[in-house]
Design a protein around this ligand. Structure first.
Ligand code: DX5
Ligand code: ZN
Length: 218
């Protein structure tokens, strides 16, 4: 079964408690939190006080996606705020190995994220060190964008790299995921589906999460 990581970016921020309560009674595997700094991406989202409040209410592990420059500066604070997984972008980390080790030293799972234009082959010397690779299937910054089809081949390529390097990393995909794109992703080997609009704009988010979890390859 696929894992599902609903992206809180598409939730109702005036009623977050209600949405977290929905997440708790759903089959959600991780709760995806998008942190944007207005520098690495052209948008600003939320930060530590919001994560800390969510941590007190949410029973699911927090999957924190850092779309910020110099993420290494804040690893310890995100860990203390309640992150279970910290995703840093390849494009923001000149010393990626060091940043990954600093995440692990906090007792948190470490993940590296690739923008749509960043090739999978760049991960060949780090893929054994990470718990997860997050492939962006939209340009990061906003929810509700159209899935970039070229991401499907990247999932296949990453799956092959993980097997060849004997890595344990999960493959997570983020952006434009719905039942149709989600199925194609699972068929290529994706393990974790991030979904914002598809879940939170659904009339029945709990059922939307369950439907994504049940996607299997033919
Ligand atoms: C985009 C974020 C995503 C976003 C996904 O920068 O990383 O997590 O919330 O939203 P949807 O599923 O609506 O494309
Ligand atoms: Zn994200």
């Amino acid at each position: 079964m696929a894992k599902v990581s609903p992206s809180l970016l598409s939730a109702d921020f005036a009623a977050l408690g209600k949405d977290i309560e929905m997440i708790n009674r759903s089959e959600t595997d991780y709760l995806h939190l998008d942190i944007m700094d207005g520098v690495f991406v052209p948008n600003i989202s939320f930060g530590f006080p919001v994560i800390e409040s969510i941590k007190d209410l949410c029973k699911k592990p927090l999957d924190v996606h850092l779309m910020i420059v110099e993420p290494g500066k804040f690893v310890s604070r995100f860990a203390k705020a309640g992150a279970s997984i910290i995703n840093v972008h390849y494009e923001t980390c000149p010393h990626l190995h060091r940043t990954i080790q600093s995440i692990k030293n906090e007792g948190v799972k470490a993940a590296v994220t690739l923008n749509p234009h960043t090739p999978v082959c760049l991960l060949q010397d780090i893929v054994r060190d990470v718990d997860m690779v997050l492939l962006m299937s939209v340009n990061p910054g906003f929810g509700g964008q159209k899935f970039i089809e070229g991401c499907l081949d990247k999932v296949s390529e990453l799956k092959e790299l993980i097997l060849r390097k004997n890595s344990q990393a999960e493959i997570e995909v983020d952006g434009g995921v719905n039942l149709e794109t989600g199925k194609a992703l699972v068929e290529r080997g994706a393990d974790v589906l991030v979904a914002g609009n598809y879940v939170f704009k659904s009339p029945d988010p709990v059922a939307a999460i369950a439907a994504l979890k049940r996607l299997v390859s033919d």
